[in-house]
Design a protein around this ligand. Structure first.
Ligand code: FMN
Length: 168
């Protein structure tokens, strides 16, 4: 089963988070997970994917303009309807809007006919209610994206488990 993780990233944090999610997905038997920066997406792979996870940095507590434009242009062309969807974000402030970014991505996914999944509180600890957010160490000395690695990997594994349950 193919799963795609698609992100926008200028300075590498969101790309790193995407790679951790894909590593978590690959821990599930039979899953082939690949990551793509928008603009470099293998469209055939995404069309064949049963699930798509999308991530963006927080820009003014919103997804990046490039990601919003990409989603509007791609959701129909890449056949998002009926696929499992999930979302994630990276931020430089703990209260920098990461969950708003996730929610706005999930809203577009729902409007496109995707089935959205986070695991919520159904999978035990760690609870990831709407999607994982990683805080980098740019501005908060006590923070580092590395501290959030487990959350991204666990989210990826849970997402892949659910996709396998639904589609296989
Ligand atoms: C134009 C711009 C706006 C940003 N706005 C926010 C923000 O509102 N909240 C926040 O926490 N970080 C903000 N950031 C920081 C990025 O979200 C953060 O560093 C992110 O991890 C960058 O991801 P990347 O390394 O994948 O590009 C902003 C960065 C830029 C360039």
């Amino acid at each position: 089963m193919k799963l795609a993780v698609i992100y926008d990233s200028k300075t590498g944090n969101t790309r790193q988070a995407a790679e951790w999610i894909a590593e978590g997905m690959m821990g599930v038997d039979g899953v082939e997970a690949r990551t793509f920066q928008i603009g470099e997406v293998d469209e055939d792979f995404v069309k064949a994917s049963k699930g798509v996870v999308i991530g963006s940095p927080s820009y003014s507590a919103s997804m990046t303009p490039a990601m919003r434009m990409w989603l509007f242009e791609s959701a129909k062309a890449l056949g998002f309807a009926g696929k499992l969807g999930g979302a994630f974000a990276t931020v430089q402030f703990t209260h920098g809007g990461g969950e708003l970014v996730i929610q706005s991505i999930l809203t577009i996914m729902l409007a496109s006919g995707m089935l959205c999944y986070s695991g919520g509180s159904s999978s035990g600890m760690p609870v990831i209610h709407i999607g994982p957010v990683g805080v980098n160490g740019n501005k908060e000395a006590h923070n580092s994206l590395e501290y959030y690695k487990d959350y991204f990997e666990i989210f990826g594994r849970r997402f892949a488990d659910k996709a396998a349950e639904i589609f296989e």
